[in-house]
Design a protein. Structure first.
Length: 228
């Protein structure tokens, strides 16, 4: 078959750049900045502040080893209480918004009240469950990172809604997808994945790169030594 023996297919780099280009093109053509004057300035300020907070979260997140080591801003107990407080406030706000919203349809009210009821139900479960329902200390690091990311997303959402109005949420969602793609690219370029196999009682001082295979040819010499 000659040159037709192979089926050309784009690799990861090509697919990744095409997806990023498609995302940026869709964003630039679909979303237009609608703010003017003071509203535009406020939106830019919030977006800039959100980006700075995001960079700080990423930087400090890579430095932390876990809340159990005490190098986080809050203790595990404070993190848990803060989560419960935010959960309660979110549930109350959703219910109040569903009840007091003027001109909202029945389905819209029902959706908001249902979301609030679910949040308040989760709060009630954690409060009644006490220590048994609380995640262990090792899981607090993930909760802490999620809380910091949520705070950053609120700042970015305010700025995005000031700039793009009703499409602010979708614009921020597209930014998040682009950030995930860039993050995966950075991981692929920098991260090193190794494997350390141990059974109970064993000790090892080396790790194996599972992405690389090596063929070793060993010849035993007459003096008992091996030629590799």
């Amino acid at each position: 078959m000659g040159q037709f023996r192979y089926l050309p297919f784009p690799g990861g780099w090509t697919i990744g750049w095409l997806m990023l280009f498609n995302l940026l093109a869709a964003h630039s053509l679909t979303f237009r900045v609608r703010a003017r004057g003071l509203k535009l300035f406020a939106g830019i300020v919030f977006i800039t502040l959100g980006l700075l907070v995001m960079a700080l979260i990423v930087y400090t997140g890579n430095m932390q080893t876990g809340v159990e080591t005490g190098n986080t801003l809050l203790s595990p107990r404070q993190i848990w209480l803060l989560m419960l407080g935010l959960l309660g406030l979110s549930g109350i706000a959703a219910v109040a918004f569903g009840v007091l919203a003027k001109g909202a349809s029945f389905s819209g009210r029902l959706l908001r009240i249902s979301i609030g009821a679910v949040l308040l139900g989760a709060l009630l479960y954690y409060v009644i469950g006490g220590q048994a329902a609380q995640p262990d200390v090792s899981a607090m690091r993930i909760l802490w990172q999620l809380m910091k990311g949520s705070a950053c997303s609120v700042i970015l959402l305010i700025g995005s809604m000031l700039l793009f109005e009703k499409r602010g949420g979708i614009a921020l969602l597209h930014f998040g997808v682009a950030l995930l793609m860039i993050s995966e690219l950075q991981v692929g370029l920098v991260a090193k994945e190794t494997n350390l196999s141990l059974t109970e009682g064993e000790v090892a001082d080396y790790a194996r790169d599972i992405r690389v295979r090596e063929l070793a040819v060993i010849t035993r010499r007459d003096d008992g030594r091996d030629d590799v």
